[in-house]
Design a protein around this ligand. Structure first.
Ligand SMILES: Cc1ncc(COP(=O)(O)O)c(C=O)c1O
Length: 398
């Protein structure tokens, strides 16, 4: 966060629009529309709420099958259950973690042969890299399956010149505290005006525009606060600079760690431009310790790292759900290490992480510099709350 976020937040506070309505909310939504090249946007309390609304406005409910990648955050699968539909998990690429096209074809053709049609496919732009929509769109058109784009991690990314958020019938963003753009918790649904109007209505308790409290459906209290939206406006102003920083971090990791035997990084693009939200190294298990062991070693240097998302078909609630494949997703989880990727990381932070990873892989014996010894991060860290900013700079995932 910078002075700009603070000032815009205080302006919103002073305007007294301290409610889930107000000028900052309108402006935030206008900016999101323009970033995603969509007709409309509605800002809500979380990415999960946005995905839930996506299913509701597409009239998906009990009896419907919704396809979902196995490698993703649990929200994607949970919302399918929220509406009473049935999830079916599709395998993912072992390195990028994005949806595997061959498994998708296999899933759709098997459903087709059994006389079923999927009501929708949720496509996730994992770790800020858009999925391969050229291939996925062609497959979905063949089977007449609409796409819901989960762009929770991907604001600012693009595929063949089209921005994240523009690919599905509707698309969801997340502004959780761990995302590239944050409102401290929030999300948005973007898409065509009619569907977004329907989502906004449901997000406002399905209240009719009359003086008394008249409701025409079961609604939700999902609107984002005007204060949170104000923070989001200032964050969006900095999107390009934050993104060029996170992309540079990814390039540096790939150059300095990706050249080690048995360490791989997914490409930052599938014919496009990833936003660098999260840099993920894949460690060949025959040559390197497990991601969990490396996380433990990094934790000793006060560096936060995590394994990748655990596949949905391995989560307790979904072990008996339908699925197509799973080996690619399991390999992704077994080998993936999410490295600190925060947009406030300094050069010295990155050097410290790289050195600590090399040391965890037993490639360098040199001691890792302690945070307190770093000199050139002083310009990045406000002395008053250095601890919390340092934590954010080193963050890996939630
Ligand atoms: C792929 C994906 N989908 C959905 C979500 C849910 O967003 P939120 O945490 O804002 O509810 C997240 C993030 O947390 C995510 O990474």
């Amino acid at each position: 966060m910078t002075e700009r976020e603070r000032n815009v937040l205080l302006e919103a506070f002073d305007s007294n629009w301290i409610a889930p309505v107000g000028p900052a909310l309108d402006e935030f939504e206008a900016r999101l529309r323009s970033i995603a090249h969509t007709e409309a946007a509605v800002a809500v309390t979380s990415g999960t709420a946005a995905l839930h609304l996506a299913l509701l406005v597409m009239d998906i409910g009990p009896g419907d099958i919704v396809l979902c990648p196995s490698v993703t955050f649990v929200a994607c699968a949970n919302v399918i259950e929220y509406v009473g539909a049935t999830p079916h998990f599709v395998d993912c690429d072992p390195v990028s973690g994005n949806l595997d096209a061959e498994s998708l074809v296999h899933a759709l053709s098997s459903l087709d042969s059994a006389g079923h049609r999927a009501a929708a496919l949720i496509v996730v732009d994992l770790y800020g890299v858009c999925a391969d929509y050229t291939t996925i769109n062609a497959i979905c058109e063949r089977y007449d399956v609409p796409i819901i784009e989960d762009a929770a991690e991907a604001i600012g990314a693009s595929h063949l010149g089209n921005p994240a958020g523009s690919f599905g019938t509707v698309a969801a963003f997340s502004f959780n505290g761990n995302k590239l753009v944050t409102t401290g918790g929030g999300g948005a649904l973007v898409g065509p005006a009619d569907l977004i109007a329907k989502a906004k209505h449901l997000a406002c308790q399905a209240r009719q525009p009359v003086r008394h409290f008249e409701h025409d459906a079961i609604g939700y209290a999902y609107r984002l606060s005007n204060l949170s939206a104000a923070v989001g406006i200032a964050q969006l102003e900095r999107l390009d600079s934050m993104m060029s920083h996170t992309r540079a971090i990814h390039r540096r990791y790939a150059e300095e760690l990706g050249t080690i035997d048995g360490v791989r990084f997914a490409s930052q693009s599938t014919d496009g431009f990833g936003n660098g939200w999260l840099s993920v190294a894949h460690l060949d298990p025959s040559l390197h310790p497990s991601p969990t062991a490396v996380c433990d070693a990094l934790a000793q240097h006060n560096i936060e790292a995590r394994p990748t998302w655990k596949p949905m078909h391995l989560q307790a609630m979904f072990t008996s759900a339908g699925r197509t494949g799973g080996a690619g997703s399991e390999a992704h989880f077994a080998t993936g290490l999410c490295l600190p990727s925060g947009s406030s990381m300094s050069n010295a932070d990155q050097a410290r992480v790289i050195q600590a990873v090399k040391s965890a892989l037993n490639l360098e014996e040199a001691p890792v510099i302690d945070v307190a010894d770093q000199i050139d991060i002083a310009d990045q860290i406000d002395v008053r709350d250095g601890q919390s900013q340092q934590h954010q700079g080193n963050r890996a995932t939630t």
